[in-house]
Design a protein around this ligand. Structure first.
Ligand code: B16
Ligand code: MG
Length: 216
């Protein structure tokens, strides 16, 4: 059993789900380039950085681009994505997320966000939950993608809590791996068949309790 002093939350797939907005924007880009992508393919983009996602999309379409062209394509996709997330409202917060964050704060635990997204500030502001986090580490502050533990280690460092006293909540396999690589516990959000390495898997934060946290 570990003494948990801080909870670090991934954003997309844990607190909110913007996968459909990413999908619409990538699909529009693919269509402009003359091919299509499926919802199944989009699953592989969850938790993956913007540039790595673009590489995968181009690969699926059998398209090669220069670095400068890729920058332009990623910016184009992001503009469409940002238009959609700018319309997000508080009712897009996933069930139980706000309640569990509040329970953590009431219990004296520290909270951090640990996301690959460069748009996390916009999302947190639009859904009205920025104030629940002591620290926000996102794609603007880190250079190494998950499963590298950089994003979570930075979160722990800024919170002033040793890694072994932190637990990470993640929906992506690479995110669970990143937590373990950083010496932290990992609670998987999703399916136990997919998140096989997680210390505990739940379907959503509505199933999380402080008792389960203590038992990790
Ligand atoms: P952006 P997370 C990730 O967020 C998303 O799951 C992934 O689909 C996206 O490509 C990535 O952020 C980068 O997002 O283009 O907004 O910088 O799950 O790490 O919170
Ligand atoms: Mg995620």
């Amino acid at each position: 059993m570990t003494t948990i002093k801080a909870c670090i939350f991934d954003l997309d797939g844990v607190i909110v789900d913007t996968a459909v907005y990413h999908y619409k924007a990538w699909k529009r880009l693919a269509n402009e380039l003359g091919f299509d992508i499926t919802e199944e393919q989009n699953e592989n983009l969850k938790g993956v950085s913007r540039m790595r996602s673009l590489d995968l999309v181009l690969q699926w379409g059998g398209v090669t681009k220069t670095d400068a062209e890729k920058e332009e394509l990623a910016t184009r996709k992001n503009t469409w994505y940002v238009e959609m997330i700018n319309k997000m409202t508080p009712d897009e917060i996933l069930p139980g997320a706000k309640e569990f964050l509040q329970a953590c704060i009431d219990a004296g635990l520290k909270t951090a966000l640990g996301s690959a997204s460069k748009n996390s500030a916009t999302i947190l502001e639009k859904v009205g939950i920025a104030h629940f986090f002591n620290v926000v580490i996102d794609g603007n502050k880190v250079s190494k993608p998950k499963p590298d533990p950089e994003v979570f280690l930075k979160g722990a460092e800024e919170l002033g809590i040793p890694a072994e006293n932190c637990v990470v909540f993640e929906d992506a396999i690479a995110g669970v791996e990143a937590a373990h690589n950083g010496g932290m516990k990992a609670v998987g959000i999703g399916s136990p068949q997919v998140l096989t390495e997680a210390d505990l898997v739940i379907s959503g934060l509505d199933k999380m309790t402080l008792v389960k946290l203590k038992e990790l």
